[in-house]
Design a protein around this ligand. Structure first.
Ligand SMILES: NC(=O)c1ccc[n+]([C@@H]2O[C@H](COP(=O)([O-])OP(=O)(O)OC[C@H]3O[C@@H](n4cnc5c(N)ncnc54)[C@H](O)[C@@H]3O)[C@@H](O)[C@H]2O)c1
Length: 245
């Protein structure tokens, strides 16, 4: 129960990696707030509460500043603090560069990069006042190595990595750490749509010869959210079975 009495917000927490992160932080004792676009967020919060912590789910769009401000107001009204922010919400809109529409480019940048910035800025204001906090951004190995058909996604995640390092430098003296995890190929709804050929291609690139699970990512996030990582900031930890070394 290393996170007992801590309050954690996980964006995109209704399903997939975000849900597993919320469950893992709850298993370690944290009270949980999840936000998501999808209504499933309430059912997920109920599932998390079964672990004996307080859990609340809000429908909120991280690209919308009013939604993010309202979310922070709700968190402070209920818990009077925010200790952990996990910027997990993200989308893909894959296409080859020359076929990529403005909408495909803009929507991915809006959610993955601007949405992360919106939540990070709002949470940092609270954490600076507390003089403590842990922010963990979910990037991707694609943000470091690029990927065919994912110019928008790779640029957004590369941006998240630079944002992580800049925020870490600004907030370090205020007792707030900012780190990122960069998952490789993880089995979720996001990757379910990939063809068997692409899935096989990924698995041949992974020295550990298996796709990652959401829980593989959640346990590294839990470490970064805990006091064990007090002297770790500005880092990007790959969780990819050795795919990118
Ligand atoms: N699955 C992978 O292989 C993989 C690899 C590397 C990085 N990631 C990253 O992990 C994170 C989670 O991915 P996942 O695989 O669980 O995907 P997912 O699609 O299963 O879950 C993402 C969640 O984010 C929510 N979301 C999307 N836009 C939102 C918005 N504007 N506001 C609030 N919530 C929003 C979705 O509704 C969904 O519940 C993403 O940032 C993704 O880029 C995933």
């Amino acid at each position: 129960m290393v996170l007992k009495d801590k309050v954690a917000l996980i964006t995109g927490g209704a399903r997939g990696i975000g849900k597993e992160i919320a469950l893992e932080l709850a298993r370690r004792g944290a009270d949980i707030v999840i936000c998501d676009l999808i209504e499933e967020v309430s059912a997920t919060a109920k599932e998390i509460e079964k672990l004996g912590v307080t859990a609340v789910g809000y429908v909120a769009d991280i690209t919308n500043k009013t939604d993010v401000d309202q979310l922070m107001t709700n968190i402070l009204a209920k818990f009077s603090r925010l200790d952990i922010l996990v910027n997990n919400a993200g989308i893909t809109r894959d296409n080859l560069l020359i076929r990529m529409s403005d909408e495909e480019w803009d929507s991915v940048i809006a959610v993955n990069l601007k949405g992360t910035f919106n939540c990070l800025r709002a949470a940092a204001k609270i954490m600076i006042k507390q003089r403590s906090g842990k922010i963990i951004n979910v990037a991707s190995v694609v943000g470091m190595m690029g990927n065919m058909g994912q110019a928008n996604y790779a640029a957004s995640k590369g941006g998240v990595i630079s944002l992580t390092k800049s925020a870490a430098k600004e907030l370090a003296s205020r007792g707030v750490t900012v780190n990122a995890v960069a998952p490789g190929y993880i089995e979720t709804k996001m990757t379910e749509v990939l063809s068997d050929k692409v899935k096989e291609m990924f698995e041949t690139l992974i020295p550990m010869k298996r796709a990652g699970t959401a829980n593989d990512v959640a346990r590294v996030v839990s470490f970064l959210a805990s006091a064990d990582a007090d002297y770790v900031t500005g880092q990007v930890i790959k969780v990819d079975g050795g795919m990118l070394m």
